[in-house]
Design a protein around this ligand. Structure first.
Ligand code: CP
Ligand code: NVA
Length: 305
């Protein structure tokens, strides 16, 4: 594993190896066992979109691993004034040990990896959000004990989160269902991948069908970063795709509810369901830290490759 660009690139073994290391790092942090595995290393973090969790968990995570993280806003970098990604990649590769990037186009992340010579981590693109889904899988495994055979259901916009959940869930041996309006279905490349899993994947337009027998239900905002101008229209399109008490009656009793955050109560999830499942949702947010530290160690620490 040289980069984390998208979960489509990872094998099931690589995913589980990250989750196992994340569990270990979480345990060590809880027991105040220091793990300076990346001492002296520097991660550059390029942000073209806002972030709370990704920025803070990567920065704190690098510090806890004995390294350092640099916040690089595209507003301040020359990239924001048109310096090509392939030049930025070649320059940053000479200063840093790794790059985390949050941007719009997946191609930009792929180019950074192609032209640079250091590991690149995708901190969210319009196409996918692999770091979030590794944390989600970690959270589900912690609570349910196992991923294989459990049913993960995504309700809402077939965007970056849906794309990564479908790929990550299927690779981890879960049954995956998704319910999205037809015009907002997941990416074609993801659907082609999922097709290979036969009956383990289903895409519905009816959220109740998708939620039937689910062990975990996940949603995401109806209007992602970059889609602000479509917000009003989306509120109408998605209104039947809300996680609420009625929808949860279709899921298994005691089903988990996760949300990558930020959450918009009264839109994709009700206040009541959010607060009932707040413990799981904030554990999921915490697990961003542990899962990403595992990714950093796997990619940056020489003998872990
Ligand atoms: N879930 C997530 O990626 O949060 P941020 O946008 O705050 O980083
Ligand atoms: N789909 C959301 C996820 C935020 C973490 C977005 O792209 O804005």
């Amino acid at each position: 594993m040289k980069h984390l660009l998208k979960l489509l690139d990872l094998s099931a073994e690589e995913i589980f190896s990250i989750l196992d290391l994340a569990d270990r790092l979480k345990y060590e942090r809880k027991h105040s066992i220091a793990h300076p595995l990346l001492a002296g290393m520097t991660l550059g973090m390029i942000f073209q979109k806002s972030s709370t969790r990704t920025r803070v968990s990567f920065e704190a995570g690098m510090y806890q691993l004995g390294g350092h993280a640099l916040f690089l806003s595209s507003r301040d970098l020359q990239i924001g004034r048109g310096e090509p990604v392939k030049d930025t990649a070649r320059v940053l590769s000479r200063y840093l040990d790794g790059i985390m990037i949050r941007t719009y186009a997946q191609q930009e992340v792929e180019d950074l990896a192609r032209f640079g010579s250091i590991p690149v981590i995708n901190g969210l693109t319009d196409f996918c959000h692999p770091c979030q889904v590794l944390a989600d899988l970690m959270t589900i495994r912690e609570k349910l004990g196992i991923l294989q055979g459990k049913k993960l259901c995504f309700i809402g916009d077939g965007n970056n989160m849906a794309n990564s959940l479908i790929v990550g869930g299927l690779k981890a041996g879960m049954t995956v269902s998704a319910a999205t309006p037809y015009a907002y279905r997941p990416d074609e490349a993801v659907l082609a991948f999922a097709k290979e899993y036969g009956k383990s994947f289903s895409l519905e337009s009816d959220p109740f069908l998708a939620a039937s027998g689910a062990d975990v239900i996940i949603t995401d905002t109806w209007a992602s970063m970059g889609q602000e101008s479509e917000k009003e229209e989306r509120m109408g399109v998605f209104k039947e795709y809300q996680i609420n008490t009625r929808l949860l009656t279709a899921a298994n009793t005691g089903a988990m509810v996760l949300h990558c955050l930020p959450a918009y109560r009264g839109q994709e999830i009700t206040e009541e369901i959010f607060e009932t499942h707040a413990e799981e949702i904030f554990e999921e947010a915490e697990n961003r830290l542990h899962a990403q530290k595992a990714v950093l160690v796997k990619l940056l620490k020489k003998e872990e490759k």
